[in-house]
Design a protein around this ligand. Structure first.
Ligand code: GLP
Length: 256
């Protein structure tokens, strides 16, 4: 593994496996974590190994979120509050239950997707989040979305209710028994402007289904067609990829 400085991002690290890439990402998070940190957390399958590493580091007394707060990127609208695929419940399971990372449920902030007034819930979340996370974990949609900010949206967007694209609902059907009709049609998502206000961003992308979006992110121009390219303007981004996600890049970015 070799660290390579690129023109767009401070760090791009490509590892053979997603598990190894997650280990490096987790070590960066552990090194940067501190008391009072506002920790921006992603959902989906991508960050799960990072969370596993963070739980292990907590068991080893090397890492704690006991004095931190955690802030979700997004939440489905309309799922019952106890639905296991609701992002609050996923994050409770990954980071809170069983003293997993020291984070308590009241320190975990998520948009209230089951609210009868989701627009108000989005506004409340935006106000509470205010200046953004200190450290933000990001996944990448196969269409280049970050959070649930789908292609062609404004780079100035803030937390709001959004429609999910058919591609994203298809991508996420695997969490709902492969039944696309069970995937909610709407979500509350942090906007691009919220994400851009994070102090540091750790972006992860794994698997060949992300390869095209990774090329757009690392080698393409900035465009709303690929929302993640807004990160070209962020001063502090680390990108962690596995070999499959990196497979369409024109160079190996120093991968050993
Ligand atoms: C999901 C989430 C994003 C996530 C992305 C990738 O729909 N809203 O926050 O980063 O899409 O998902 P996955 O990690 O499952 O591939």
């Amino acid at each position: 593994m070799v660290e390579q400085v690129t023109s767009k991002f401070a760090t791009v690290r490509i590892l053979e496996s997603a598990r190894d890439a997650s280990g490096y990402a987790a070590e960066e998070i552990i090194a940067k974590a501190g008391p009072g940190m506002r920790f921006g957390v992603a959902t989906g399958s991508t960050p799960l190994w990072v969370y596993e590493y963070l739980r292990e580091a907590h068991r080893q007394w090397r890492f704690t979120l006991s004095n931190a707060t955690a802030w979700a990127l997004d939440e489905y609208v309309g799922l019952p509050a106890d639905h296991p695929e609701g992002y609050r419940n996923v994050l409770l399971k990954e980071l809170v239950e069983g003293d997993a990372t020291g984070l308590h449920a009241e320190q975990l902030h998520t948009p209230e997707g089951s609210s009868p007034d989701p627009e108000a819930a989005a506004r409340n979340y935006d106000a509470a989040l205010a200046g953004g996370a200190d450290l933000q974990i990001l996944g990448l949609g196969s269409n280049g979305h970050i959070g649930f900010n789908e292609p062609e949206g404004s780079f100035e967007s803030r937390t709001r209710v959004e429609q999910l694209t058919p591609q994203t609902r298809n991508d996420n059907a695997r969490f709902f028994g492969d039944d696309v009709s069970a995937v909610p049609e709407r979500c509350i998502t942090q906007g691009i402007a919220n994400i851009m206000s994070a102090g540091h961003i750790v972006l992860l992308a794994f698997g060949e289904q992300k390869a095209e979006a990774v090329v757009a992110l690392l080698e393409g121009p900035q465009t709303a067609e690929w929302p993640a390219t807004v990160l070209h303007d962020h001063p502090s981004v680390s990108v962690y990829l596995d070999a499959a996600a990196a497979s369409l890049l024109s160079t190996d970015y120093g991968r050993s």
